[in-house]
Design a protein around this ligand. Structure first.
Ligand SMILES: [Zn+2]
Length: 183
């Protein structure tokens, strides 16, 4: 198991649509990859992680949501597609590729998603609230869309100075303890 380095805003792979996965091709490497993805999320307190956030051009993501009354909800989505959405949410969102940045983003309140799970079996997920938000956020990543590009232009411009400041800090983090060999 290993904590993977998370790509930060500005790295090209975050703005590229990921490749659809052939389950047979990744089957052998998948368990170790998913272990790393969940370990990486745990290390940084993330709710979701898309494969391209750790530098892999694969249409798959992992989500882990803490619950008060039950074990965390952990789910893997491979080649996910949204088949239905309804309602609207307008809440703060953050992203592991933009550490320290939060912005209010409009999302559907409920989504129905079809995907393959970690065993390669077709699943259908009905989600709402934070779970629905996480699914949409991760699927945007897989389409090469980062969350701030969902903001209206004016809000995006206003964020720019804060973003430049944060970027300088991410560089320092990357050069020190975020290197995989240091963990
Ligand atoms: Zn993100």
């Amino acid at each position: 198991m290993a904590i993977r380095r998370i790509c930060k805003y500005g790295e090209k792979i975050l703005e590229k649509r990921t490749r659809k996965v052939s389950f047979a091709d990744i089957k052998k490497d998948l368990p170790a990859l998913l272990e790393d993805m969940f370990e990486t999320m745990d290390a940084v307190g993330g709710v979701g992680l898309a494969a391209n956030q750790i530098g892999l051009d694969l249409r798959l993501a992992a989500i882990k949501i803490k619950r008060d009354d039950a074990e965390p909800l952990s789910i893997v989505i491979i080649n996910p597609e949204i088949v239905e959405k309804s309602g609207s949410l307008y809440e703060d969102e953050g992203c592991l590729s933009f550490p320290g940045l939060f912005a209010k983003i409009r999302r559907a309140a409920k989504v129905r998603v079809r995907a393959l799970n970690e065993k390669g079996l077709p699943i259908e997920i009905n989600a709402e609230g934070l779970f629905a938000k996480a699914l949409q956020h991760e699927m945007d990543h897989l389409d090469g869309v980062v969350f701030i590009s969902r903001l209206p232009l004016m809000s995006r411009l206003k964020l720019k100075p804060a973003l430049m400041k944060l970027k300088a800090r991410w560089k320092k983090i990357d050069e020190s303890k975020m290197k995989p060999e240091a963990l």
